[in-house]
Design a protein around this ligand. Sequence first.
Ligand code: XMP
Length: 525
Amino acid sequence: MLSPSQAPRRDRLLRGVCILDFGAQYGQLIARRIRELNVYCEIVPHDTPWTEIERREPAAILLTGGPESTLVPEAPGIDPAILSAGLPILGICYGMQLLARDLGAELVREDRREYGPAELRVDRAGGALFEGVPRESRVWMSHGDSVTHLPDGFAELASTPRCGVAAMGDARRKIYGVQFHPEVAHTQFGKQILDNFLHRIAGITERWEMKSFVERAVAEIRASVGSDNVICALSGGVDSAVAATLAARAIGTQLTCVFVDHGLLRKGEAEAVVAAFRDVLHLNVVAVDARERFLAKLLGESDPERKRIVIGHEFIRVFEEEAAKIAGVKYLVQGTLYPDVIESKTPASKAGHKIKSHHNVGGLPEQMHLGLVEPLRSLFKDEVRAVGRVLDLPKRIVERQPFPGPGLAVRIIGDVTPERLAIVREADAIVCEEIEAAALDPKPWQYFAVLTPVRSVGVMGDGRTYANLVAVRAITSEDGMTADWARLPHALLERISTRIVNEVPGVNRVAYDITSKPPSTVEWE
Ligand code: XMP
C-alpha cells in the first residue's frame, strides 16, 4: 500500500502462495492463474532468503520455470531452508528439476528439447495432484533437461511418451513437481492441477476476493494517512480512477483529485472524466484546462521521444502548481499495478533496451517529497477492473481501453497542431464507434486512428484532392507486451473507411495496419 520508506512492516496480505521466480517466461501467468482460483500469491526472486519468505507466512511455495539448466554449476537455486520448512511445495519445469537435484536425484540433459504439446498419461498413483484429471490429456512442454531418477520418498505420478517423469510427488512431505506447464492454456487440465495443489494438498482456505480486498484497502488507507491531506492525478484511465475511488472511500474530503486536461484526449473524454468523478462519484475534483500550454510546448516538436518528454515534464509542472494551492498535502495516490512492481525489481541487465519513455506520474513523488499511497500495488489489471466493478465505477471507465499518457500527440506522426488534432480525434471517434457497435467477440484490446504525415491524390465529386492518409490500428493482446493485428471483418473496415473519408475533412485515404508487435509497437510513436 505505502511505498517501502513509509510503510509500517506488514508482510502478510492474506495467507497464500509465495512464488519463487527463476526468470520464467510464464511467471506472471502462474500468478494470474492462482489468483483466478481465489488464492492470494506474490512473486519474489528465487534467491529470497527463507527468513524473508517466512515473514509473509505463506501457506505454500511454488517454484517457477526458468531459462537455465540445473546441471550447470552457476544454476540459480533457493535457500535450502525452504525445503526443510515443512510447507507444501510445487515445482514447475525448472522448479521440478531443482527440487529433484536439491533432494538428491539424478537429471540428464536431453539431446534435443521437448517443446510443444504432449500426451500426458497419469499413473494409477497420480493421487491428490491429479484428482479429476483423466488418465490421458494434453499438456504443454518446454524443457531441455529431464529427471531420470526420483529423490527418496517420491513417486512417479505421470509421464509423456518422451518424458518418463512428467510429474513426481512425495505425498507425506507435500512436495510435488511437474515437468509441463499447468499455467498455460494449452495444458488441458492445468487449472485443475493447480487447484488440486492449492486446495487439496496445501489446504488453503482464505479466499482472495475483490470485495474483501476493497474493505481491507479502505481500512489500510485510513490507518496510514490519518488526518493528512492527499492528492491524486486523475488521467481518465481505470487505474487512477480505481485508486482515487478507494482513497475517497477511506478519507473522503481529505482527498483532492487533479485532472489535467492537456488537450490530447479523445473526443468528449475530458468532459466525461470530470462529470463521472464529480457528479457520479462525488469526488473532489480540480479540473485544469492546460490545453493551450501543452500545445504551445509541443510547437515545432516532431520527434516522438521529444514529444513524450515535453508532455511528461509539462504534466509534472502543472500538477505541482495545483498541488501547491492545496494546504497540508502529505501524500500522493498512485495507481501503480503489480506488474510494475515486479518489473521494477528486474535486474537492470535483464530490463532490455528502452523503446519509449512511457508517460506516467512516476516522476512526481521524488520532486514533491510526498508519501505514496499505492492501493493497487498487489493487483493485476483484470483485478483492478474487478475492483472498479465492486466500487460501482461507470462502465465507460472500468472498460476503457488502454490509452497512452501522451494521448493523441503520439498518434499524430510529426507536428501536433490544432487542425491535425481535430482530424485524428474525429477519425478515432469513428473507429471507436464502429468497432464498439460491431460488438465483436472477443473485442480487440485496442483500436484507434493514426494521422500519418503522408498526403496522397484522390478524387471526390469530380475534383482532385491532395489530402491526408489516416491509418487504422486494431490489435488483439493479453497484456500489451505482445500483440497481433485484429482480423476485423471486411464490412466493418469498409464502414470505417467510408465514414472517415466522408465525415473527416482533410482525409481522402484510409489504410489498415497489419503488423504485429513485435516487430512493430502498438502505438506508432
Ligand atoms: P507500445 O506502443 O509500447 O504500447 O507497444 C504498449 C501499450 O502501452 C500503451 N502505451 C502507454 N501507456 N503511457 C501509458 O500509460 C504511455 O506513455 C504509453 N505509450 C504506450 C499502449 O497504448 C499499449 O497499450
